[in-house]
Design a protein around this ligand. Sequence first.
Ligand code: LLP
Length: 437
Amino acid sequence: SEHVARAEDGALRVAGLDVRELAQEFGTPAYILDEADFRNRARAFREAFAPATVYYAAKAFFSVAVARWVLEEGLSVDVSTGGELAVALAAGVPGERLVFHGNNRSAAELGRAMDANVARIVVDSYDEIERVARVAAERGIRQRVIVRVTVGVEAHTHEFIATAHEDQKFGLSLAGGAADEAVRRILAAPSLELVGLHSHIGSQIFDTAGFEIATRRLLGMLHRLRGEHGIELPEVDLGGGFGIAYTTQDDPQPPRVLAESMRAIVERECAALGMDVPHVSIEPGRAIAGPTTFTLYEVGTVKDVALDGGRRRTYVAVDGGMSDNIRTALYDASYSATLASRRSDAGPVLSRVVGKHCESGDVVVKDEFLPADVAPGDLVAVPGTGAYCRSMASNYNHVPRPPVVAVRDGAARVLLRRETEQDLLRLDTGLDVEEGA
Ligand code: LLP
């Protein structure tokens, strides 16, 4: 990626820092995040989409510092659990800059959101409508809500992250009438104020056709509600899902181009329906966080394996794996890898970057050509790990989760520290008895 360069001796540098020094100071594996890149991407979305509201989707990657960057760059924040809400509030994000998503939030989570004056709660089921209405009534407030509509689009992405086709858990079906029934129920609840409609068709999407259909259907419903209920909902939230380049085959569009096409669709459709353009929101997560970060690993073992047909593959095992990047195993995601600590003139060999976990599916990078002399002690960088890697990290095999280190102008600071084995043992109550004795 453009913010990472190679020094004369071939070692990677980011924000003026040598990865070998970063590895020395913070250990490996580590997520190395370029703060300026993160802020630039956030700002680019905000500027390109203005006057739309841009909510940064916290699920991609979140921490107190990230929440503050996002606010400083003029964005708002999309949280989808009590945990993400807690981080946003701890960082000082005001309720009016938050939207609360989810498909099964407890009354306690909803209550905390309302106590923080969260501006919008997106409802996803009849049960949630009832729950939000009750929790708001208990507080004597009128909560602003948005209905998550399933618009029936087949987004071209992995099945697990596509969300607008009918047979999945999110949203209320437009075609099936559930979205309209949700509107009726909200309008009948005195503690709720319906302000708009929401659609999120999936994630890692490149084809704008899906967004176009979703937008047209959402606006069509907005228009129909005017006739049927006499209500003019002021907002549409078009969700996130903008794809990023994990490999050179992916060709994402810059925010400016996305914004222009989205604006054109909204304006054309509203003109055709003869209605005012509503306030638009979007919720990018991956497209802001993803490209800003690479994972820095140290190679521990290298193994040469014979494949059918006489070919060979080199298994390069690093000191992390599926616990810090589950996306390859879970979605069959493609990543790239590069030798980060030095230059090599050795020829490229077909390699697979694997982790240290106890299963064969523990693959970080399926296929990559790495220099034939990659050896224990070398550093390897895997780019594009800023979204859904640390946020989906686990402690499988009791492996502590790596730190996130932000670099900027020649300085590094830890956003999330490395977990320790002590952190993990602290959750284990088995020693309490002996200690107490
Ligand atoms: N808004 C809503 C309502 C969402 O559900 C999501 C993502 C976003 C916005 C942000 O989508 P983005 O711009 O980041 O694509 N773990 C998966 C991705 C799951 C996305 C879930 N919802 C992955 O690693 O690919």
